[in-house]
Design a protein around this ligand. Structure first.
Ligand code: IMP
Ligand code: MG
Length: 190
C-alpha cells in the first residue's frame, strides 16, 4: 500500500465513490474493449460538453488506432421529470458524420433523455455506425431506454461530481468521482 495521493476531502464531498486509480484502470480497460470492437477502423469520438471532457481526454489516449474528436453541447428541455424529451443543440458538430464510425462519449446517463434524443439526431445523419460510451450509468433513474455499448461503472442513485461531472458548474476538476453532500444542493434551493 502506497501513500494516497488524493487531495484532502472537502466537507462538500460526502465520500469518494471512485478513486483516481480506479478511474484510470477502468478507462484503460474500456480503451481495450473499444479497440477490439473497431479493429483499427477510423473512429470519430463525439464528446458531450462539458461533462465528458476529462473522460474523453483520458480515453482517447487509450485508443491506439486512428481517432478524430468533435464535441456537441446539448440540453434536454423540461426541468420536470415528465419533460417532453426535446433536445436543444447548443453547439452542433463541426464534422459531417455521414459514413463515419461514431462513438458518443458521455459522462453519465441518468434519465436517458439527453442521450436517446442525441442518438436519434446523429443517427438521422447516417453514420456508418453509432455507439455510445458512458463513464457512469445511474440506472435507478432511467425514464427512456437507451442502448449503452460501453459503460465504465454502474453507480447507485446518488448525485456525484468530479472527473468532469459538475454541480452548478463546479467540481469538474476533482480527480476522483465523489458523492456530493446533500446540504450543498439542498441549501441552494431555498
Ligand atoms: P439525462 O438526460 O437525465 O440522462 O441527463 C444526463 C445529464 O445530467 C448528464 O450528462 C449530466 O450532465 C447530468 N447529471 C445526471 N446525473 C448527474 C450526477 O449525479 N452528477 C452530475 N451530473 C449529473
Ligand atoms: Mg452531461
Amino acid at each position: 500500500m502506497g501513500i494516497s495521493a488524493s487531495p484532502p476531502l472537502s466537507a462538500e464531498i460526502e465520500r469518494i465513490l471512485l478513486t483516481a486509480d480506479q478511474l484510470q484502470e477502468r478507462v484503460a480497460a474500456l480503451g481495450a474493449e473499444i479497440t477490439e470492437v473497431y479493429q483499427g477502423r477510423e473512429l470519430l469520438l463525439v464528446g458531450v460538453l462539458q461533462g465528458s471532457l476529462v473522460f474523453m481526454s483520458d480515453l482517447m489516449r487509450q485508443l491506439p488506432g486512428p481517432v478524430r474528436i468533435d464535441c456537441v453541447a446539448a440540453r434536454s428541455y423540461g426541468v420536470s421529470a415528465v419533460s417532453s424529451g426535446q433536445l436543444e443543440i447548443l453547439k452542433d458538430l463541426d464534422t459531417a458524420v455521414g459514413g463515419l464510425d461514431v462513438l458518443i462519449i458521455e459522462d453519465i446517463v441518468d434519465s436517458g433523455r439527453t442521450l436517446s434524443t442525441l442518438r436519434e439526431a446523429l443517427s438521422a445523419r447516417q453514420p456508418a455506425s453509432l455507439r455510445i460510451c458512458s463513464l457512469l450509468d445511474k440506472p435507478a433513474r432511467r425514464e427512456v431506454t437507451v442502448p449503452l455499448d460501453f459503460v465504465g461503472f454502474t453507480i447507485p442513485d446518488e448525485f456525484v461530481v468530479g472527473y468532469g461531472l459538475d454541480y452548478a458548474g463546479l467540481y469538474r476538476n476533482l480527480p476522483f468521482v465523489g458523492i456530493l453532500s446533500r446540504w450543498v444542493y439542498e441549501s441552494s434551493q431555498d
